[in-house]
Design a binder for this molecule. Structure first.
Ligand code: AMP
Length: 213
């Protein structure tokens, strides 16, 4: 099964993708994670993407299409993938159609997590992860059981994303509304599009997604 998870930043795409990865053996393909890795490694793609990402804008379609296409060519993508944060524009949606046709792959479901934007700002600005294993936490909703120690791996190092501040989050949401939401009818017309209430708790969202499958 191959799917796309859509929704504004903080809608829970990463959380749900992580769960599907564990439960169904699918691979999560997050263009945001790929770009952050490129920024950290200081590659030419990273250098081009860094300031755009910090401002909450969108990295060029050309760059993102290139990294996604390469990633789809790795053998693990054949076991079923979850696109998290891609496509984000009409140009990307059309590029994805062409890529999948050329690679003999097909989409089974496109799912949008629908959320309340003001609640999202609180959700995003409070989030942080374990720097060692990536376990997710939140200042208000999910602190480690022992303060300062990761529940999953015991590490005492945590990190926050540079773009998880209110101004950047609001810009990322505006980008979603203006450039990403318009691609939804493209999938609705093909009968593979569903919406899920992303404000429900994590398990309820998971159940709604499983019901679609
Ligand atoms: P994310 O982790 O999906 O929230 O992405 C973080 C940032 O990376 C976004 O705010 C964009 O600047 C950039 N980005 C990630 N995916 C894409 C994409 N498909 N198209 C353009 N920019 C992207």
């Amino acid at each position: 099964m191959n799917l796309i998870l859509l929704g504004p930043p903080g809608a829970g795409k990463g959380t749900q993708a992580g769960r599907l990865m564990k439960n169904l053996g699918m691979v999560q393909l997050s263009t945001g994670d790929m770009l952050r890795a490129a920024v950290a490694a200081g590659t030419p793609v990273g250098l081009a993407a860094k300031s755009v990402m910090e401002s909450g804008g969108l990295v060029s379609d050309e760059i993102v299409n290139g990294i996604l296409s390469e990633r789809l060519d790795q053998p693990d993508a054949r076991a079923g993938f979850i696109l998290d944060g891609y496509p984000r524009t009409t140009v990307q949606a059309h590029a994805l159609d062409a890529m999948l046709a050329q690679k003999d792959l097909a989409l089974d479901h496109v799912i949008e997590l629908v959320v309340d934007e003001d609640a999202l700002v609180e959700r995003i600005t409070g989030r942080f992860t374990c720097a060692n294993c990536g376990e997710g936490y939140h200042d208000h909703f999910k602190l480690p059981v022992t303060p300062g120690v990761c529940d999953a791996c015991g590490s005492t190092q945590f990190k926050r994303r540079a773009d998880d501040n209110e101004a950047t989050v609001r810009q990322r949401m505006a980008e979603y509304r203006a450039k990403t939401a318009p691609i939804l009818p493209h999938y609705a017309a093909r009968g593979i599009f569903s919406r899920v209430d992303g404000m429900a708790d994590m398990d309820a969202v998971a159940q709604s997604i499983d019901a679609i499958f």
